[in-house]
Unconditional design. Structure first.
Length: 279
């Protein structure tokens, strides 16, 4: 009789332990790499560029680069996309369409001025760069409209913060161009400066009669001043082809103290790029 009662109890215990084991196995983190590899285990920590990871059933701690990770699926079920994976493109199919086409990416703007919006300024610089490039380029190149570039980035789920996490070769293939141009603007607010000037004039009155000449006058001083904010601007342009090779990279500190001084530097660099008339 005891044997009959014990069997259901043992069966229940075995099922309970098996269920608990299945939960423990399933409740693990999964790291999906950009090359398609899956790593199952436990994430011990994350920082800006790496994650600490232990494989399932092991004790050895590994450091994985975030630049090589597509996404992380946590044991809670939450998914965090680290890098947007770009769908492969058939190079033979698009080679003719991409040839001599250039896409300009939104500029990265680094500034210490709280009144400057880096995202808006980066978009403005992207548009200005396209217009300048159309003026200075040799005739054989075609410049992709920035609206098309931005729309393709959006369709692939790539935010402005993720633009530089995509390898240039993959970016060129995704955008359907042969060259991708990246720009950086370092804009440092040097503070406000006042400039003034003053002018002295003399208003003179003369009184004449037959006996003498008297002169009377008043000195008038006029003062004006102007206050402006001065900026120090550094521009960097880099161009990559659809094979991932860096074909051009230069810096320029343009003249001018305003926030729009960058246009002079961009024009100078583009004229001397592989696409410019002074190359």
């Amino acid at each position: 009789m005891k044997t009959l009662q014990t069997k259901p109890l043992l069966l229940t215990l075995v099922l309970f332990l098996s269920f608990g084991f299945m939960i423990e196995v399933n409740a693990q983190d999964k790291v999906i790499m950009l090359n398609g590899e899956e790593k199952i285990g436990k994430i011990l920590g994350l920082d800006d560029s790496t994650i600490k990871f232990v494989h399932s059933g092991e004790d050895l701690e590994y450091t994985l680069k975030k630049s090589e990770i597509e996404k992380i699926i946590f044991s809670s079920g939450r998914t965090e996309v680290v890098n947007q994976k770009v769908a492969p493109v058939d190079p033979l199919k698009t080679a003719a369409d991409k040839r001599n086409k250039i896409a300009v990416m939104p500029f990265t703007v680094n500034t210490n001025d709280a009144d400057v919006d880096p995202t808006s300024m980066g978009k403005q610089m992207q548009n200005d760069c396209v217009f300048i490039l159309r003026d200075v380029k040799a005739g054989m190149y075609t410049i992709q409209d920035p609206m098309t570039t931005d729309a393709l980035l959006s369709q692939h789920g790539i935010s402005l913060d993720q633009v530089r996490t995509i390898p240039p070769a993959d970016m060129a293939n995704m955008l359907g161009v042969e060259y991708v141009l990246y720009g950086t603007c370092d804009l440092q607010n040097k503070g406000a400066h006042s400039y003034g000037s003053s002018v002295n004039s003399y208003n003179e009155k003369q009184k004449r009669d037959n006996r003498d000449k008297k002169t009377k006058g008043t000195e008038v001083t006029s003062t004006s001043s102007t206050t402006t904010i001065e900026y120090d601007t550094h521009i960097t342009l880099s161009v990559f082809n659809d094979q991932g090779s860096n074909v051009y990279s230069e810096k320029r500190n343009p003249f001018g103290s305003g926030t729009d001084a960058y246009s002079v530097g961009v024009k100078y660099l583009l004229k001397r790029s592989p696409f410019g008339t002074k190359h």
